[in-house]
Write a protein that binds this ligand. Structure first.
Ligand SMILES: Cc1cc2nc3c(=O)[nH]c(=O)nc-3n(C[C@H](O)[C@H](O)[C@H](O)COP(=O)(O)O)c2cc1C
Length: 186
């Protein structure tokens, strides 16, 4: 089974990418195949609502989304990590979310995948819960199976994430929830 981690940060080597690396390591140890999408090195343009994907199973925007789609569609689980930008997800991650209207319009290709969310902010109470809710909304609108961290909503951390022990625990609990839920389907 494959779980793909997405970092919604534009910063290479930042907090979200560090977490995605740690999560990928945990997943490999548990025997999962892993995929990684780092939006710091991807060109993903916003949806222009041109309507092409309603008629043809294609998007006319020429960027890295075709490669991203292949990973999304072939994964059993998705763990999405975003920096908190003005109380919500980054624009880079929102662009990816909106572009997946293609999968929704063409047979709900992301339906049934198991999803977990992580939000990392500069402040302890900087909008992580709302950011997670925005990620969960994307997952629900695709018909995904959404899990939290066993007790609350997902991974909630503050920068620098390597010093946030409480936050790191909510992240590893979220990873475990995604894995345990997927294992039920084996
Ligand atoms: C445009 C912008 C808006 C931000 N807004 C918030 C915010 O609303 N709440 C918060 O806690 N942190 C905010 N931050 C801080 C980032 O969430 C924080 O630096 C995050 O850990 C960055 O993750 P990264 O290192 O992976 O890029 C903001 C940062 C930027 C650049």
């Amino acid at each position: 089974m494959k779980i793909t981690c997405i970092s919604g940060s534009p910063v290479a080597g930042g907090n979200n990418e560090k977490i995605v690396d740690i999560i990928s390591g945990i997943l490999k140890e548990k025997g999962f195949e892993t995929g990684k999408i780092l939006l710091s090195n991807k060109n993903v343009q916003p949806c222009t609502d041109c309507g092409t994907c309603k008629k043809e199973k294609d998007c006319p925007i020429e960027d890295d989304m075709a490669e991203v789609n292949r990973l999304l569609e072939t994964s059993d689980g998705l763990i999405v990590s975003s920096p908190v930008f003005f109380g919500s997800v980054s624009a880079q991650l929102k662009a990816l979310f909106d572009r997946t209207i293609l999968q929704r319009r063409n047979g709900f290709l992301l339906k049934g995948k198991v999803g977990g969310a992580v939000a990392i902010g500069g402040s302890r109470n900087g909008g992580q819960e709302f950011t997670i809710q925005a990620i969960h909304s994307w997952m629900h609108i695709h018909g995904m199976i959404v899990v939290g961290d066993r007790s609350h909503f997902g991974g909630i951390a503050v920068r620098p994430v390597e010093s946030d022990d409480v936050g790191s625990k909510t992240i590893s609990d979220t990873v475990n929830m995604v894995c345990e839920t997927l294992e039920r389907f084996k």
